[in-house]
Design a protein around this ligand. Structure first.
Ligand code: PRP
Ligand code: ZN
Length: 292
């Protein structure tokens, strides 16, 4: 039984790459909340959930220590802190790479050439593990929090190791990535004790179910089309979507309407084939939730 007035807590990034989508996921899960500027806490109305806004670097430890039950954060931050948390789900957004980059003018091409040089980063643990594995031992790791990309131009470092998402930060500072250290995306993490406490686990599972329904829906489109009746079998075999499409008769004889869900990344391949089989008026609409 949930104790009165007790909510589960989720920590999300206050400001940065993951903030907007983290809130979108929660909003779409029907946990009604408002954010007041400068406030670090929001209590939800339709679900016993409190949202805590933190610097992303602080989220893993906050969850590990039980100050928050859940967190949405980049897997890179969890790796760096080595926090003891459980990864529940990969959320499929916030994809980026932790890369070693050098000034374009430096002429450096390979990470081996950084022997004896300085690399600035906010990820000293991941970087030193990586360099160790490569057998590159004589590197001076300069630990910096924030604005790592300006360190080469200030002669604080010869290279940097930082996140690349769109790549625009690196381009703006004339830095060229030469090596990928780690791939990362946003993940949902949990405190291990949260998962062994009955009422909390139940709420966590309900929230996960909603999040999954939203993430699935985002990746899927609802497709409606008209087609000649005799093409039905071929069209059915082309559609990678749900178990069985809906087939409706149309007023004009010999024509049918077919409705089904199609994964977005396959849509264009499918659409081309559908046209070949005589489908017309192909209508594509977004799906808000997809509950299986
Ligand atoms: C990362 C990184 C860069 C930026 C790269 O910041 O530190 O500043 O994203 O993105 P781009 O390739 O699209 O330009 P993050 O949002 O993780 O925030 P933080 O470094 O301040 O924690
Ligand atoms: Zn950060």
């Amino acid at each position: 039984m949930k104790p009165d007035g007790n909510n589960i807590k989720i920590a999300v990034q206050k400001k940065g790459r993951l903030s907007e989508f983290s809130l979108e996921i929660l909003k779409s899960s029907g946990v009604d909340f408002e954010i007041h500027q400068g406030r670090l806490f929001a209590r939800c109305r339709k679900f016993p959930l409190d949202i805590i806004f933190l610097r992303d670097d602080d989220i893993p430890e906050y969850v590990q220590d039980g100050n928050s039950d859940l967190g949405i954060v980049g897997s890179n931050v969890v790796s760096e802190t080595g926090a003891r948390v459980v990864t529940l789900d990969a959320l499929g957004f916030g994809r980026c790479e932790l890369s070693i980059a050098v000034p374009g003018k430096s002429g450096l091409k390979k990470v081996e050439e950084l022997e004896g040089k300085r690399i600035a980063t906010s990820y000293p643990n991941i970087l030193s593990g990586f360099l160790d594995e490569k057998g590159i031992r004589d590197v001076n790791i300069v630990e910096i929090h924030g604005s790592v990309e300006i360190t080469p131009s200030m002669d604080v470092a010869d290279a940097i190791c930082d996140l690349v998402s769109t790549g625009s930060t690196m381009r703006l500072h004339e830095l060229v990535p030469i090596e990928t250290v780690l791939e990362s995306e946003a993940i949902l993490i949990a405190n291990p004790d949260t998962l062994s406490e009955g009422w909390k686990l139940e709420l966590v599972e309900r929230l996960r179910f909603r999040i999954q329904s939203y993430l699935r829906a985002r990746k899927t489109k609802y497709v409606m089309m008209n087609a000649p009746e005799e093409s039905l079998e071929k069209i059915r075999q082309t559609l990678p979507g749900m178990k069985s499409p809906t087939v409706l008769p149309l007023a004009r004889e010999g024509l049918i309407a077919i409705h089904t869900a199609v994964p977005e990344d396959q849509f264009w391949n499918v659409a081309e084939q559908l046209k070949e089989f005589g489908a017309t008026d192909i209508l594509v609409v977004p799906i808000e939730k997809l509950v299986l």
